[in-house]
Design a protein around this ligand. Structure first.
Ligand code: SAM
Length: 316
């Protein structure tokens, strides 16, 4: 996920490989910048792939603390150790709240974890995942099978390699839940064209009556929640209910925010009994999300509530 909106600044560098240096200084390091003056260094103990697709810089590495990691344009997308925090948060409040979760659309979601989480619900009869980058999907299948955990082979999965915007323009179906798991809208990102009024209108036109549109919505950190607030202000023009929620994602080294949008239901106010009943029907055990976590996710700190209530920029 892009955290430094000034442009991706993640890069690899190695300390001098001089004999006799302490072990830590022999590692290669992946450095992620969350602001021009803030860096997070991940030691790399193995590089599975590093290169450029037609759309973005792609790396798959392994790190001692977080395990395997997918990095796009120099920013951590997800890490083995804590990706379930992000993907359970992104998927399950929306699915639990939706009037009809039988047909789900995922925009992006390349490594297959969002697809995995949606297909854990037996009520989901089809989940369509549209990712522009076939290389990311192939690398995820090859090096990160834990993320998809068989989801790519699930007969309910429809995986399309293509532009999510073009797909929605051509598609005629309507979905009970639309999950946007795209990279950050930066000038050099393939997702940039998906964050504007027309596209938000198009997404809504693809949403079934009573449906829920949920999206990863940038950071909720005290120094950098402006993009999140900009998305929330814009979406309030399209939905009766737009609920912000957030959680800390250790691999991102920051608080990450989401938005759940619906005309029928305020996802924030979902009843605990509904969440418990929904979670008890999922295949396998959750790692992170349940009715208690739901309350925490939607309990926003004062600074964020103030920022969301303030006037400000929105997408046009
Ligand atoms: N789930 C991950 C996480 O934990 O944050 C990140 C999401 S996933 C890696 C982001 C995906 O969005 C990438 O695989 C990228 O190829 C895809 N993407 C970006 N722009 C797109 C577009 N216009 N259409 C479809 N997919 C797009």
């Amino acid at each position: 996920m892009q955290k430094n909106l000034a442009g991706s600044a993640g890069f690899f560098f190695s300390f001098r490989q001089e004999r006799g240096m302490p072990k830590t200084e022999r590692w290669q390091w992946y450095v992620e910048e969350s602001a021009p003056s803030e860096q997070h260094h991940h030691a790399i103990d193995r590089v599975f792939f590093e290169g450029r697709s037609d759309f973005q810089q792609v790396a798959v590495v392994s790190t001692p603390v977080f395990g395997k990691m997918l990095i796009l344009d120099g920013d951590t997308q997800s890490a083995e150790g804590d990706e379930k925090i992000y993907h359970e948060t992104l998927v399950h409040p929306a699915l639990a709240a939706a009037a009809d979760r039988s047909d789900v659309l995922v925009l992006g979601g390349g490594e297959g974890a969002t697809l995995r989480e949606a297909l854990r619900s037996p009520d989901v009869r089809r989940c369509t995942m549209v990712d522009i980058d076939g290389l990311v999907v192939d690398l995820a299948k090859r090096f990160l099978p834990e993320w998809s955990d068989g989801a790519f082979e699930d007969r309910r999965a429809r995986v399309i390699v293509g532009d999510a915007l073009q797909f929605m323009r051509d598609d005629r179906d309507r979905y009970g839940v639309i999950v946007s798991d795209l990279t950050e809208p930066l000038e050099d990102s393939p997702s940039n064209a998906l964050f504007n009024e027309d596209v938000f209108r198009l997404i809504k036109s693809r949403l079934a009556e009573g449906g829920v549109y949920v999206l990863q919505a940038s950071t909720a950190s005290f120094h950098n929640a402006s993009l999140h607030c900009k998305m929330a202000r814009t979406l309030r023009r399209h939905y009766a209910h737009v609920a912000s929620f957030f959680t800390h994602v250790p691999a991102f080294d920051t608080d990450w925010a989401f938005l759940a949008c619906s005309d029928r239901i305020d996802v924030a106010a979902l009843d605990a009994s509904v969440i418990d009943a929904y979670c008890s029907g999922l295949r396998g055990e959750n790692f992170f999300y349940d009715a208690v976590t739901h309350r925490r996710l939607f309990s926003l700190p004062l600074y964020l509530r103030r920022a969301l209530a303030a006037e400000g920029e929105s997408f046009r």
